[in-house]
Ligand binder design. Structure first.
Ligand code: F6P
Length: 558
């Protein structure tokens, strides 16, 4: 097997970052910082906001509500330097094979690089390939949107159904949802990801096959769930047309596996490129973003790419201490690895971002949810948190109790917009008042004395105050980052996603994790395939544990 020179140099040579003096210094500093309260840091430094915030064109990042000082940030920057983060970043952008376990380059950033400078991978100029793919996307999306692409009966396409899962679904769907206001609704775009037949059945029920185009999005073209849904879609179409030739007019694919797509029945001209140097969860910038281009128009899709590219430029050029993705990564490592947080919440205060936390779950957890380093050696420090969250306001009436008073500290990213894309009376002000209030409350908290004074002022009895006061104490000191967007648009959204993608890359490098494979999803997949055969045959394999056997037998009784 061929190993690139990069891989060879990494093999057996990883000195654990934990043994570096940079790491030791951060750890020693963390044990001192644990006893400090953030509100004291704010009292001591009136320019704390100016010191710990970054203004970029698409958004302002305020990270002052973290348990940090100048010393913290300087020690963390030294840790980033000790990890050779800048060199690794340059290797990624240059197309070196930094995906060491799969021996692949990691070049989703090239998909949004609008320059025409050639970049060669295995002797192929991928800049040219990307441009060809974009040209094909433009032609196709224009034809669909203008009604020039006709179905088998000569009717225009009114509905596009994207069938894909994970990275072949979450990115485009999240963006489609976020940018709904920018759609002219010339075509309705739907997403099918779940193998639970309820989803595809509900989506297809009101549709007329004559007007429907299916996009089968699968990098590998082997994913069981996607193939099952694709087969169902194919049967649904051919049941209506009674003609196999209809398939070419109603099915296109986005895949790196052309052979499988063709044997599935898709016309070779209807296959859009994907490449092994694009990870599924980073692929919305490729033709996996085709439904976005169809929904919004190709020009809007390009704006999304441009916004991401602008953020990449910032990532490549800003010094560490002013570099938004590096700072976010360092803060995550600070909060989780050094201060012990186990999870992180993503809390958009913008309805359009309602799928962001689901998207971020895959992006960060599938990338960095690992426990061995590049050499396969067990890691003995906390790596990345579990990611969860949801829309801010809804969360306030659901899980924020936990954020404010639970014994677990959950660092949170608050994401809001200065301008609403759908202004309705004074709704935006109410929304944003909550947005600002929550991070202040999480940081400051309220101590027992304040609670007692407040209850006294309200005329409560001493007895009542003694009983209730401890329940009303909020310890505060809960770290948050605030990302205040100008307004959600294709360009600003592109920047926001690239901010997180680059942050995830930095986390992986500092924590010495291979961020670009996902072996952890294989074990369950393999077992499911075996069990599916048993369910089909109605025979139970003896090798299962008693719980699994009991459950399958019970299921088979029906
Ligand atoms: O769930 C694992 C995974 O491989 C993801 O990484 C990927 O985004 C998804 O499945 C879909 O894969 P494909 O695009 O090959 O169907």
């Amino acid at each position: 097997m061929y190993y690139g020179s990069q891989l060879v140099s990494m093999k057996n040579k990883t000195d654990s970052i934990k043994h570096s003096s940079a790491w030791h210094n951060v750890a020693a500093h963390a044990s001192k910082m644990k006893d400090i309260h953030m509100s004291d840091l704010f009292d001591r430094d009136p320019s704390r906001f100016d010191n710990f915030s970054i203004k970029l064109k698409p958004f302002l990042l305020d990270y002052s509500k973290n348990l940090i000082t100048h010393e913290t940030m300087s020690l963390l920057a030294t840790l980033a330097k000790a990890s050779k983060i800048e060199q690794w970043r340059n290797k990624m952008f240059a197309g070196e094979r930094i995906n060491s376990t799969e021996n692949r380059a990691v070049l989703h950033t090239a998909l949004r690089n609008r320059s025409s400078k050639p970049l060669h991978i295995d002797g192929i100029n991928i800049t040219e390939e990307i441009q060809n793919s974009l040209n094909k996307m433009k032609l196709f999306s224009d034809r669909i949107r203008q009604g020039l692409w006709k179905g088998y009966s000569g009717k225009r396409i009114t509905d596009v159904v994207n069938i894909g899962v994970g990275g072949s679904n979450l990115g485009p769907q999240m963006v489609t949802e976020a940018l709904k206001q920018y759609s002219d609704n010339s075509v309705n775009v739907h997403y099918v990801s779940n193998v639970d037949g309820t989803q595809i059945a509900n989506i297809l029920r009101p549709l007329n096959p004559e007007n429907v185009l299916f996009i089968i999005s699968s990098k590998t073209f082997t994913t069981t769930e996607t193939m099952t849904n694709a087969n169902t879609a194919m049967k649904w179409l051919t049941a209506s047309s009674f003609d196999q030739s209809a398939i070419a007019k109603h099915f296109v694919a986005v895949s790196a596996n052309k052979e499988n797509a063709i044997s599935f029945g898709i016309d070779k001209d209807n296959i859009f490129d994907m490449w092994d140097w694009v990870g599924g969860r980073f692929s919305l910038w490729s033709a996996i973003g085709l439904p976005i281009a169809i929904d919004l128009g190709f020009e809007r899709f390009i704006e999304l790419l441009e916004g991401a590219h602008e953020l990449d430029q910032h990532f490549c050029n800003a010094p560490i201490q002013e570099n938004a993705p590096i700072i976010l990564a360092l803060l995550s490592i600070w909060n989780c690895t050094f201060l012990g947080a186990q999870s992180q919440a993503i809390l958009p205060y913008d309805q359009s971002l309602h799928m962001l936390s689901a998207y971020m779950q895959q992006a960060e957890m599938e990338s960095n949810g690992k426990s061995v380093n590049w050499d396969g050696v067990d890691i003995d420090y906390n790596t990345v948190p579990s990611i969860w969250g949801g829309l801010g306001i809804d969360g306030q009436h659901a899980f924020y109790q936990y954020l404010h008073q639970s014994s677990n500290v959950v660092p949170a990213d608050f994401i809001g917009s200065k301008k609403s894309i759908t202004p309705v009376q004074d709704h935006h002000e109410t929304l944003m008042a909550n947005f600002f209030a929550q991070t202040q409350a999480l940081m400051q908290g309220v101590n027992e004395q304040q609670v007692r004074e407040d209850l006294k002022a309200k005329g409560r009895t001493e007895e009542y105050i003694d009983k209730i006061a401890p329940h009303k104490v909020h310890k505060g000191n809960r770290p948050t980052n605030t990302i205040l967007m100008q307004q959600i648009s294709p360009r600003t959204l592109g920047s926001l996603i690239a901010l997180y993608e680059n942050k995830i890359f930095v986390q992986g490098i500092i924590l010495q994790i291979c961020s670009f494979d996902q072996w952890g999803v294989e074990l369950g997949k393999g077992l499911a395939n075996k069990i599916q055969k048993e369910l089909k045959m109605g025979t139970l394999n003896d090798s299962h544990d008693s719980s699994t056997k009991g459950l399958i037998s019970c299921y088979m009784e029906q």
